[in-house]
Design a protein around this ligand. Structure first.
Ligand SMILES: O=P(O)(O)OC[C@H]1O[C@H](OP(=O)(O)OP(=O)(O)O)[C@H](O)[C@@H]1O
Ligand SMILES: O=c1cc[nH]c(=O)[nH]1
Ligand SMILES: [Mg+2]
Length: 205
């Protein structure tokens, strides 16, 4: 269920993000642009329903999304990825999922979870720029499913093959969208070649 969104403008932005000298201000702006550019692919296939549409000249038929959209950023770095999605999906509600990856065990440690009601009616798009071991996304999907979500997809900027494999085994029906599928993880669980610590680069920490 993996789609690598191989678009020349996205790949150009991503190359800028990989540059170690890209300052926080530019990094944030680039992440926002890539996120927006990914929206058409990530939302492709969302169900629509017909509506009547009154132009200045006559009534015609139009469509609207059949279900509400919930964007679910994994804190912190997912917050940096959120604005570009909101730019194109301004009516979406937001679910915040706080997970910190333990630097020694690489296991995600939950610290916050707050979602809009009625997740079962919604199209939920989980956002995190980095898919490394897959532990954080897996935990987020588990929490969302426990809260009633049934229609889920996941978008990231950079994925490691190890993380994709883990998600495909734990959540085989989850569509995964990424701007890049990188080579592997290093001994500390960082993606190679990657772009470093996305949270630190977005927030300047
Ligand atoms: O696939 P995984 O191995 O779980 O790793 C990926 C996670 O690690 C990073 O978050 P981190 O926990 O460092 O938190 P931050 O976003 O607050 O920096 C990143 O933003 C992902 O959430
Ligand atoms: O390479 C990585 C892996 C996890 N989290 C990041 O921010 N970067
Ligand atoms: Mg981090």
């Amino acid at each position: 269920m993996l789609e690598v969104i191989d678009h020349p403008v996205i790949q150009t932005e991503l190359s800028g993000l990989r540059d170690r000298d890209c300052p926080s201000r530019e990094f944030r702006a680039r992440v926002r642009r890539v996120a927006s550019l990914m929206v058409p692919a990530v939302t492709a296939g969302l169900e629509t329903r017909p509506i009547a549409c009154e132009t200045p000249l006559e009534v015609t038929s139009g469509v609207e999304l059949a279900r509400p959209v919930v964007l679910a950023p994994i804190l912190r770095a997912g917050i940096g990825f959120l604005d570009g999605f909101l730019d194109l999906l301004p009516d979406a509600s937001i679910a915040h999922i706080g997970l910190a990856r333990n630097e020694e065990t690489l296991q995600p440690e939950p610290y916050y979870f707050k979602t809009p009601p009625d997740l079962g009616d919604a199209e939920v798009i989980v956002l995190d720029p980095m898919l490394a071991t897959g532990g954080s996304v897996s935990e987020a999907i588990r929490q969302l499913r426990d809260s009633g979500a049934t229609r889920l997809r996941f978008a990231c900027l950079v994925a490691a093959p190890e993380g994709v494999k883990a998600i495909e085994s734990e959540h085989p029906d989850l569509p995964i969208f990424t701007a890049a599928l990188d080579r592997c993880l290093n001994a500390k669980g960082y993606i190679l070649p990657g772009l470093g610590d996305a949270g630190d680069r977005i927030f300047g920490t």
